[in-house]
Design a protein around this ligand. Structure first.
Ligand SMILES: NC(=O)c1ccc[n+]([C@@H]2O[C@H](COP(=O)([O-])OP(=O)(O)OC[C@H]3O[C@@H](n4cnc5c(N)ncnc54)[C@H](O)[C@@H]3O)[C@@H](O)[C@H]2O)c1
Length: 285
């Protein structure tokens, strides 16, 4: 259903790989709400993924670019302005990748060259795209920039590895640049902290099925889906949130404010069943 929340707004969506991608859902919803957009992803992702199909369907130019490369980013902004006919009103950074996770390096055995890549791809790329956009004066007054993050930036989650550090940096960049870009041009910069979601990037995390189930049981509203995340991003791109900036916004069904839920406690208690003494008494510890 469309409410025309983004009618005539020009946007760039980074990171749609396939139909599971959060960026894919955001792109679809943005166009449904009346936006005109360009799509961008790495040249490899553009070749391997199904994003060309999305690009055709949404009538959105697909611009292959590596988000860690400043020349590529400059090209993305200038081509997008050309294709869309003016300054950009919203940008989605939906990019994350850890070569350490891919190579199964644990957090106490990180390869530091790979750590640099994790930070560059998953966090510094956000700084690069904002700095370039600002220097090019490519974002319209009152525009909205969003990046997707995860609560492991603030609390420790088994298996999230160096992506936790990348997400902390990403959230910090939103605050630091949000101040400057807000003050100078009224541009909002926020991060949306999303529930675990079954996507290509998500499923790379160790024990992801267990994490999704735990998170769902802990959240009073259950895990937020990629479609629901897209809805939230649309509101953040719209004129309804013009005074929201420098925030890390949890979109997680309430997970981040929970300590223990009944559902999670019941599940946890089940794990004691096998630890009974000969009289059938439960043994804790
Ligand atoms: N899936 C989850 O559980 C979850 C939860 C919270 C936040 N997030 C975040 O959401 C964002 C999107 O991830 P997703 O879950 O939709 O997975 P996804 O795998 O569909 O998207 C990740 C994207 O990053 C792109 N990418 C990687 N390196 C790049 C580079 N150098 N330049 C440009 N693009 C590059 C990939 O091609 C891919 O399109 C990520 O920031 C991720 O950390 C995901």
């Amino acid at each position: 259903m469309s409410n025309n929340l983004l009618k005539g707004k020009r946007g760039i969506v980074f990171g749609a790989l396939n139909e599971m991608s959060i960026a894919w859902k955001v792109a679809e919803r943005a166009v449904e709400e009346g936006a005109i957009i360009t799509l961008t992803n790495t040249p490899v992702a553009c070749r391997m993924g199904t994003v060309t199909e999305l690009s055709k369907r949404l009538n959105a130019e697909l611009i292959p670019a590596d988000a860690t490369n400043v020349d590529d980013l400059e090209m993305v902004f200038s081509k997008s302005q050309e294709a869309l006919g003016g300054n950009i009103v919203f940008v989605l950074h939906s990019i994350g990748m850890s070569p350490n996770v891919r190579k199964k390096r644990t957090y106490d055995d990180l390869d530091y060259n790979l750590l640099s890549s994790t930070l560059d791809i998953s966090a510094i790329s956000f700084h690069k795209m904002i700095q370039i956009a600002k220097k090019m004066d490519a974002i319209a007054e009152g525009g909205s920039i969003l990046a997707l993050t995860y609560v492991a930036s603030q609390r420790t989650f088994y298996g999230y590895n160096d992506m936790a550090d990348a997400k902390s940096l990403l959230e910090s960049i939103a605050r630091s640049f949000g101040y400057i870009y807000g003050r100078e041009k009224g541009v909002r910069i926020n991060t949306v902290s999303q529930s675990p979601t079954m996507t290509t990037a998500g499923s790379g995390i160790k024990g992801f099925d267990g994490l999704m189930d735990f998170s769902d049981k802990m959240s009073p509203l259950g895990n937020a889906t990629a479609d629901e995340c897209a809805n939230y991003c649309i509101v953040m791109f719209s004129d309804l949130t013009r005074k929201v900036t420098m925030q890390n916004l949890f979109h997680d069904g309430g997970f981040s404010s929970m300590g223990m839920s009944l559902r999670a406690m019941n599940q946890y208690n089940k794990s004691f069943d096998e630890f009974k003494d000969e009289n059938g008494n439960l043994i804790y510890g």
